[in-house]
Ligand binder design. Structure first.
Ligand code: NAD
Length: 361
């Protein structure tokens, strides 16, 4: 298969972790006979330095003409980087928001996986963790409270602020379809999270999710109120497979789920549109404090590349091979500094990439 990937190394540790992801992807391509072409494009601080803008038309065009985008991370140290002397619309993060919008990415996927080898980093008790957990939080990205009409007024000297939470059935249906498709590739359970006991938007959400669920009889569909879900994530995280929810609930629950894994350098993410296209990136930022030191953990980016193989290219076997390599490396005791613990072997960013690629050969 030919894989046409736009690569955004970005800023800080971005170029280092992207190099390692390419190393691993290349090992997969050799083993399985695929041909990968990488088109490197600039975004964020790197684009400001080159063109004076965090996002150019050229970057948008090249991203659109690729099958998928693989990104490192964007941004610098807000206290020291000259990028943050610029007006907000010209700063690195504006480039990221701009490209997400230009690519119409409405579904955000954030896996929260606890590897048993890293359970010491998990703040939950052992009897709660049991055999680890593997949750996919699926958050709607372009609707809801963050995009509804808002206003702040003063009426008879009393200040008042209003935000509105709006969803239409088309927005709900398209992300529900994605959630059920993704659940088919996993453990076939969708837990749709809402506040249907109070909110009209949640009642519509639940109705539309149930309609979509009928098309996927092999996937079990459950509903959970958001307050209960927040509790269940720390009480029994192993019960979840795909958690489907609207924008603000997803914003909060995805951070909660990632915190219970305890390892920021291990967390992948993807943002998808209606086609097979997606932008894949680690959940963490550009870590300017450790940039250029060869100590960053590249695994979140490598697992994002694995998601790309699975969800854009339907190369499930190849994606599983990467996940297996990560588990083997952890089992064999290889650790970057952020996940290091006694009795294991400390490796750098580049060495971790080489080790993972080595398991795939
Ligand atoms: P951060 O995630 O970059 O770093 C937080 C802490 O985690 C730091 O101590 C860092 O060294 C560590 N860390 C992060 N990734 C790591 C890795 N792979 N290996 C080892 N340690 C790692 O968050 P921050 O410091 O709040 O933000 C830094 C910059 O990143 C800012 O400019 C911010 O805007 C940007 N940012 C970008 C994205 C993105 O590109 N999607 C996301 C979040 C933050």
């Amino acid at each position: 298969m030919e894989l046409n990937i736009a690569c955004i190394p970005g800023d800080g540790i971005g170029p280092e972790i992207i190099n390692e992801a390419k190393k691993v992807l290349d090992a997969v391509a050799i083993k399985y006979g695929h041909k990968i072409s990488y088109n490197t494009i600039l975004l964020g601080g790197a684009s400001i330095d080159a063109y004076g803008e965090p996002l150019t038309e050229d970057t948008i065009e090249k991203a659109k003409s690729a099958d998928a985008v693989l990104m490192g991370s964007i941004g610098g140290d807000a206290n020291t980087s000259p990028w943050y002397q610029l007006p907000p619309a010209k700063r690195p993060e504006a480039g990221l928001l701009g490209i997400r919008k230009a690519l119409n990415l409405f579904a955000n996927l954030r896996p929260a996986v606890l590897y048993t080898e890293l359970e010491d980093a998990c703040p939950l008790k052992k009897e709660i963790i049991k055999d680890g957990f593997d949750i996919m939080i699926m958050r709607e990205l372009t609707g809801g409270l963050y995009f509804g009409e808002r206003s702040t007024t003063t009426d008879h000297g009393v200040r008042k602020a209003v935000d509105t939470l709006t969803y239409d059935e088309i927005e709900i249906k398209r992300i529900a379809i994605k959630a059920f498709e993704i659940a088919q590739k996993r453990n076939k359970l969708v837990t749709s999270v809402d506040k249907a006991n109070v909110l009209d938007s949640s009642r519509l959400w639940r109705t539309v999710v149930n309609e979509v669920a009928k098309e996927y009889p092999e996937v079990k569909c459950e509903h959970m109120l958001v307050d209960n879900c927040a509790m269940q994530l720390v009480r029994n995280p192993g019960q979840f497979d795909v958690v489907l929810t609207e924008n603000m609930f997803g914003d909060i629950l995805s951070d909660e789920a990632s915190m219970v894994t305890g390892s920021i350098g291990m967390l992948a993410s993807a943002s998808l549109n209606e086609t097979k296209f997606g932008l894949y990136e680690p959940s963490h930022g550009s870590a300017p404090d450790i940039a250029g030191m060869d100590i960053a953990n590249p695994i979140a980016t490598i697992l994002s590349a694995s998601m790309m193989l699975k969800y854009t290219f339907d190369l499930d076997k190849e994606a599983d091979e990467i996940e297996k390599a990560v588990k083997l490396a952890l089992k064999d005791g290889y650790r970057t500094k952020d996940i290091m613990s006694e009795g294991n072997q400390l490796v750098g960013c580049s060495e971790m990439g080489t080790i993972l690629a080595g398991y795939i050969k």
